[in-house]
Design a protein around this ligand. Sequence first.
Ligand code: NI
Length: 138
Amino acid sequence: MSQVIRFGISLEPELLRRFDRLISDKGYSNRSEAIRDLIREALVRHEWEEEEGEKVGTITLIYDHHSHEVGDKLTDLQHDHYDAVLSTMHIHLDHDHCLEVIAVKGNGKLVQRLADELISLKGVKHGKLVATTTGKNL
Ligand code: NI
């Protein structure tokens, strides 16, 4: 952070009280850091809504590897999108369940579509795309 600008925010007392309780629960040491993170989150969300530009994220999947040949299908889909898949980490959680974390980079719409296809596969019990940023614009 090379330079900071101070500015004031007007809030209703009840809203500020609730915000202070929230940021305390989250472990923020001061309001400025919490508001900076909220602004960054909004900027990243806006970045993903725009069509242009490279996006980065992780797709987290929980699945039963006995179910519906899901392991093969997950691998096939990642090969179909090999240019967007940076790396995959696979963890055998227990006898049945696998955790897979796939790091992705590329066009936002393509990455979102890949995440949707992976998460909607039969046998995937839970999945989530964490849509983040290359960090260049923050
Ligand atoms: Ni496994």
